[in-house]
Every structure is written in structure tokens, then in C-alpha cells.
Design a protein around this ligand. Structure first.
Ligand code: 5GP
Ligand code: MN
Length: 315
């Protein structure tokens, strides 16, 4: 177990960051560590830098303090990479490389050894946020830190539903809601609520989905033209793949959207036995057994053909 206060002892400058296209767990874990370190080390220069996260997470305290421009110069004493390995840090990777000490807290099975000098990587953990709870001192916990951790946990567990939810996950969640934040509202506002555009694009994706492998696989995609038509960004596509996965009879769902000409961001989800992280890692991606992603080149059909080969092996 890692003791965050001890690991940061004496540090004058600390930089916290997570993966590109930050999701709930990434934002929640980064902000929880930020709020905690600001509290216990008021003298230190603590910064959190991330690509612009979805606005739904603005309910987290100090969301507006996130540096989305990565304006960090010099060599920070400590760099903390959360919910990813170094190669997914995006612009923050250069800061990681300059840091005097690096800490990595993650739960991705594809992050085998951890990329820091000090690592706390537990693939069995529901979320990086769950691991953040372990490394903080409970007596320093407050409502705002608890809320940030809770948001991370609900997003990576689908509100404590996915198989990554363990008794420990729920024991931690029980402690967290004891801090008295409005958790039903938080679940609605950050998880279930969709904008009109998000619902429209979800509808399009469902309408145009195709099942194959005897109905065990489902795929859908959104091209640039459609995204432009709805003025949608990648943040508006969260949740589409989860909805596809719920199709009766489906084991594996694939959703992809065009990020460049003949280049797709692919998201995969599975129900019971297909390890989609293995499939994603064939194409330079990664993730977890039941949720993974990668970026692939080619036409829509090329991508499906390539993925199918590895999915079929597991069927
Ligand atoms: P999503 O489909 O929601 O983007 O991602 C599902 C899971 O796979 C998340 O845990 C995410 O961090 C991981 N993931 C998605 N894309 C990539 C990728 O390109 N590389 C790696 N290593 N992990 C990814
Ligand atoms: Mn995560």
C-alpha cells in the first residue's frame, strides 16, 4: 500500500494528471488527490492538469482550477499519474519525464507494472478513485474529497453494477456517502442525464447498429459528417457503447467514431466472457476485461474485420 502523504513529504511542487479524454474516474481521482494535497500541504504548489473534462464534472470542488493548457515549466518535485500509464498522459507526459519523482496509481490491467518510481496498480480495483481512497488518511477526508472519489467510483462501475464492483468498493462507497453530499442528484446529473443532442446521436447510433456473429456482436459508428451535423464532440458519445451492450443476446458491443479521415476511436464492452482488453491490446489500446478501447486506421469495414478476428477467437 502506498502512503501518499509520506511519498509527497518535503515536495514543494506537485503535478497531478490523468489520461487524455478524461472520464469520471480520471477527473474524480485527480481532483480527490488535488483537494487532499492542497489541504494537507498548504505550502506546496499543487497543480492538476487535464484536457478539458466534460462540464458535468463541474460539481467537483475546484473544477475551475484544472489547468487545461498544461502551463507547467521546470521540473516538479513529484508527478502523480492517475488512472493511466505514462503513454496516455497526452501533453502531461513531457512533465512526467521531467519530474524528480513519479507516482502511478492505476487499475488498468494493461498497465502491467506501473510507470512510476512508486506504483500502486491494482487491476482488481473498481476504479483509480477507489485506490485513491486507500492512499489518503481517513481523518483528513471531507465532503468535497469524498464526493470526488464517489463520482469516480460510480462512473467506472456503472453505479456499482459492473463486475469490477467488489465488497470493498461498496464498503468504501458506504463511508463516502456518510459525508453527506447529495448522491442521488450526483448520479442523475453526472451519469444518467443526457443533453438533447446526446440523446439524438444515441438514437442514430442505435438505429444504424448492425448485429453479427449470430447476434453475439453488435457494432455501430458515427462519422464526422453526422458529428458535425449535430455539433457533437466525442464527449457527447459517452454511454452509446453501454447501451449497445444491453441488446439481448449480445456478448460484445463495439462503438466507433471517426477522429480523423480513416481513423476511428473504438470502444468495446462485453458481458460475460470476452476479454475486450486483450482485443484492444492487439491494436495498441488497452483497458479492462469488460471495457476497453483503442484507435484504429482503415475503413469501417477494415476495422470491424480486424477486431472480429480476435473477438471470434474468444467466442
Ligand atoms: P472507453 O471505451 O470508455 O473510452 O474506455 C474504456 C476503458 O478502456 C477505459 O478504462 C479506458 O481508460 C480504456 N481505454 C480506452 N481507450 C484506450 C486506449 O486507446 N488505450 C488504452 N491503454 N486504454 C484505453
Ligand atoms: Mn478508471
Amino acid at each position: 500500500m502506498l502512503h501518499l502523504r509520506k511519498e509527497c513529504e518535503g515536495a514543494k511542487s506537485i503535478v497531478i494528471s490523468g489520461h487524455i479524454r478524461p472520464d469520471g474516474d480520471c477527473v474524480g481521482s485527480c481532483m480527490a488527490v488535488y483537494l487532499y494535497l492542497k489541504k494537507i500541504m498548504p505550502e506546496a504548489d499543487v497543480r492538476v492538469c487535464l484536457e478539458q473534462p466534460p462540464e458535468i464534472f463541474s460539481c467537483i470542488k475546484d473544477f475551475d482550477k484544472i489547468d487545461t493548457e498544461f502551463q507547467i515549466d521546470g521540473e516538479p518535485d513529484v508527478f502523480i499519474a492517475l488512472d493511466c500509464e505514462k503513454t496516455r498522459l497526452g501533453e502531461a507526459e513531457a512533465v512526467f519525464d521531467r519530474a524528480k519523482k513519479t507516482i502511478n496509481i492505476d487499475h488498468h490491467i494493461s498497465n502491467v507494472k506501473g510507470c512510476g518510481e512508486v506504483n500502486y496498480v491494482v487491476p482488481e480495483a473498481s476504479s483509480a478513485s477507489e485506490l485513491v481512497f486507500d492512499v489518503l488518511e481517513e481523518e483528513e477526508m471531507d465532503m468535497e474529497i469524498a464526493k470526488a472519489i464517489y463520482i469516480g467510483m460510480i462512473h467506472d462501475t456503472g453505479i456499482f453494477q459492473y463486475s469490477n464492483t467488489s465488497p470493498k468498493t461498496l464498503q468504501i462507497a458506504a463511508k463516502l456517502i456518510g459525508y453527506g453530499f447529495d448522491f442521488p442528484a450526483l448520479i442523475d446529473e453526472t451519469f444518467y442525464e443526457k443533453t438533447y443532442v446526446q440523446n439524438q446521436i444515441l438514437g442514430r447510433a442505435l438505429l444504424e447498429s448492425i448485429v453479427f456473429m449470430d447476434g453475439k456482436c453488435i457494432v455501430s459508428y458515427v462519422d464526422r459528417k453526422t458529428m458535425d451535423f449535430y455539433h457533437a464532440t466525442s464527449k457527447d458519445l459517452d454511454g452509446v457503447v453501454s447501451q449497445l451492450r444491453l441488446t439481448k443476446g449480445v456478448e460484445c458491443a463495439i462503438f466507433m467514431y471517426e477522429i480523423d479521415t480513416l481513423q476511428y476511436k473504438v470502444s468495446m464492452r462485453s458481458c460475460k466472457y470476452v476479454d475486450v482488453s486483450k482485443v484492444a491490446s492487439q491494436f495498441g489500446g488497452g483497458g479492462h476485461k469488460r471495457a476497453a478501447g483503442c484507435t484504429m486506421n482503415g475503413t469501417f469495414h477494415d476495422v470491424i474485420n480486424n477486431l472480429s478476428r480476435y473477438i471470434e477467437e474468444q467466442m
